[in-house]
Unconditional design. Structure first.
Length: 198
């Protein structure tokens, strides 16, 4: 309050400070003034900031998602499998692409001494599948890991740029190329896995 009245008084005394005096009466929104030759740049702040977005909630969700992915790696995959039987291709906040040494790793490659432990705790990591009713419920449960795609080969450049394929009769391909235009046949040669070999 004193800054406003002092600036107003200085503006009345010294005409070169009249612009500052006029700006100071704008209900404490005046932040600063920079003189530029014959002009000036005036910085004004908002009087009241209504921050209605719960940013702390967004940060917490993001951090908990990352924590869950790390728990899955260390407490499930790394715990139950020998490191020679798997290789992480890439991981994002909601997905993990893992290369296993066999087609059915959760039946064939779990450490022998931990098979019983895995059977007791597998529903902490994966949806229940012993009947259709609970399977439908668990399908949408956050924090459980589902097999959404399987393939034979993958090239990963980053978490949002990869191509994977399964060369069967349907020739299934999964492509994510963030930043690459994919519409109207553009960049088809980049997104085509025909030359991808194991």
């Amino acid at each position: 309050m004193d800054a406003v009245s002092n600036a107003r008084q200085e503006g009345d005394i010294d005409k070169s400070k009249a612009m500052i005096a006029e700006m100071m009466k704008l209900h404490f929104t005046f932040h600063g003034l920079e003189e530029l030759n014959d002009a000036c740049e005036i910085t004004i702040t908002k009087r009241r900031l209504n921050n209605m977005n719960p940013i702390h909630l967004s940060i917490a969700i993001y951090q908990l998602a990352k924590l869950r992915m790390l728990q899955f790696y260390y407490d499930c995959i790394d715990f139950y499998f020998d490191r020679s039987d798997f290789q992480y291709q890439e991981m994002d906040t909601d997905s993990a692409y893992i290369a296993f040494s066999c087609d059915n790793p959760f039946q064939d490659r779990i450490k022998a001494e931990l098979r019983e432990h895995f059977q007791e705790h597998k529903y902490d990591w994966f949806p229940r599948n012993y009947n259709t009713e609970v399977a439908k419920f668990d399908r949408r449960t956050p924090g459980l890991f589902k097999d959404e795609w399987s393939g034979d080969a993958m090239v990963s450049l980053s978490s949002k740029n990869y191509i994977g394929y399964l060369p069967d009769e349907a020739y299934k391909v999964k492509v994510s190329a963030k930043g690459v235009q994919q519409g109207r046949g553009r960049n088809e040669h980049v997104l085509n896995p025909m030359d991808l070999r194991l």
